[in-house]
Write a protein that binds this ligand. Structure first.
Ligand SMILES: Cc1cc2nc3c(=O)[nH]c(=O)nc-3n(C[C@H](O)[C@H](O)[C@H](O)COP(=O)(O)OP(=O)(O)OC[C@H]3O[C@@H](n4cnc5c(N)ncnc54)[C@H](O)[C@@H]3O)c2cc1C
Length: 415
């Protein structure tokens, strides 16, 4: 595939952009692959990419029932950070954050990574204690975070209201190298690189059965016919429970809807990401000028890609407390995604009871930030058959053994 470069843009400009080739192929499915990955979201595509790049496994199909990146990967609010509490989490999220730093160069695709800084507001004494604990843990883990004063918060975010009607801002956990990236571009960049390595991305192809023999996976049934494989990766976020059922095991996962909304575009007014866990809302400004806003997840299980109205109302109310200027903004659109929640708010990157089958899920409301690290770890596990250091703690066995990786503080407002 031809590389994207300044020279290529100039050349195409001179010939009215008629020479661009398609970013990825849309092939017909082959009868057999070494590896099949179900789910062409960020995590599935990243798994395929690192299988090829790090382990030389390229006879791979990535099967997607809709369009690539059309699941949560294309629906999230793009926050990237690694200020988690537990060592296992800090390791995988920091690996992901550091891979994001050079992902555009690595993929030769501009993912618009913007390390603008992420702050999580402390608005109760309890939150101050929680975030100071995280700051200390992060120092030991080599993750750069700092607890900052309300004065520093105001300096970084002039539009914030420090003395809100219910909860004043008492400080914040600040990660200067956190930020955002363009979510679609992450999926598109990985897809293009996978296609370039000869992998097949099969869109509009739903997996509706998993074939097995003597406890070993042999292939999948799809709406485009049967495909055999030696190894199978299930990377379908909110649909993980359904795929696990097809494979014959159960998961400790609940699927709920999480929603977000964007405002009309306005002039640049906020150049960091702010999350307010106590009042439950968060906001950043996109490159187009829209304010990107998110809140909490629905309190009941469902598979709809939209959210309930009361959440929308609560999120906007929370935002108005923290940023009074929001009350003057018109909202343009809102949407929802089906997120996969575990009890300890940590992911599952694991072998499964079905031989040759691996699962990557449970990223819940915060898995965009982990895409590169998760793909890296999942690819290592699929290539070698065993989880490496990054994935070791995230096995399914932790739920049986009570070895939880509790991230309820880090995942407070989700994301
Ligand atoms: C509103 C919202 C805001 C969020 N904000 C953030 C944030 O700011 N920061 C952050 O880090 N994370 C955030 N997240 C979470 C993040 O988006 C997800 O954790 C992440 O995108 C999951 O990626 P994935 O590749 O696992 O899943 P997905 O992108 O959902 O991909 C899974 C794919 O599997 C496909 N699939 C399902 N079943 C089948 C089948 N039977 N056959 C074939 N294909 C199938 C689906 O169509 C889908 O495309 C947010 C999520 C939402 C919904």
């Amino acid at each position: 595939m031809r590389r994207y470069s300044a020279f290529a843009i100039a050349r195409e400009a001179a010939r009215y952009h008629t020479g661009w080739e398609r970013a990825w192929r849309s092939p017909a499915p082959k009868k057999a692959y070494d590896v099949v990955i179900v789910g062409a979201g960020g995590h599935g595509l990243a798994t395929a990419y690192y299988l090829g790049r790090n382990h030389g496994i390229r006879n791979v199909a990535i099967i997607e029932k809709g369009w690539l990146g059309g699941g949560n990967t294309g629906r999230n609010t793009t926050i990237i950070r690694s200020n988690y509490l537990q060592d296992e989490s800090a390791a995988i999220y920091e690996k992901a954050r550091s891979l994001y730093e050079n992902l555009s160069q690595d993929l030769n695709y501009n993912i618009m990574f913007s390390p603008r800084g992420v702050m999580m507001l402390a608005q109760t004494e309890h939150e101050i204690r929680g975030y100071k604990r995280t700051e200390h843990a992060n120092r030991l883990q080599g993750v750069e975070t700092r607890f900052i004063s309300p004065k520093e918060v105001k300096k970084l975010v002039p539009i914030i209201e420090l003395g809100g009607p219910r909860y004043p801002v008492l400080g914040a956990l600040w990660q200067p190298r956190g930020g955002t990236a363009r979510h679609d571009a992450v999926a598109w960049g990985y897809a293009r690189a996978c296609s370039d390595m000869g992998m097949d991305i099969l869109q509009k192809c739903e997996v509706n059965g998993i074939k097995q023999k003597n406890g070993q996976v042999t292939g999948v049934r799809t709406t485009k016919g049967e495909i055999t494989c030696k190894k199978l990766g299930l990377v379908v976020a909110g649909h993980s429970g359904l795929l696990a059922e097809m494979a014959g095991f159960r998961l400790p996962i609940e699927s709920v809807s999480l929603q977000a909304l964007v405002s009309e575009p306005i002039k640049p007014c906020m150049d960091v990401v702010v999350m307010a866990n106590t009042v439950h809302g968060y906001m950043s400004q996109s490159d187009k000028g829209e304010m990107v806003i998110g809140g909490g997840a629905d309190g009941f299980n469902n598979y709809t890609q939209r959210g309930s109205f009361h959440h929308l109302e609560e999120t906007v109310r929370a935002l108005i407390e923290t940023f009074p200027i929001v009350s003057r903004l018109k909202m343009l659109r809102h949407w929802g995604g089906i997120v996969d929640m575990t009890g300890d708010r940590s992911p599952i990157v694991s072998k499964t009871p079905l031989g040759g089958t691996f699962i990557n899920c449970g990223w819940g409301t915060g898995g965009f930030k982990s895409i590169p690290g998760s793909g890296w770890a999942m690819a290592e596990m699929m290539a070698t058959g065993e989880p490496g250091d990054l994935a070791a703690g995230f096995g399914l066995d932790r739920f049986r053994e009570g070895r939880f990786i509790d991230e309820s503080v880090a995942a407070g407002v989700a994301h």
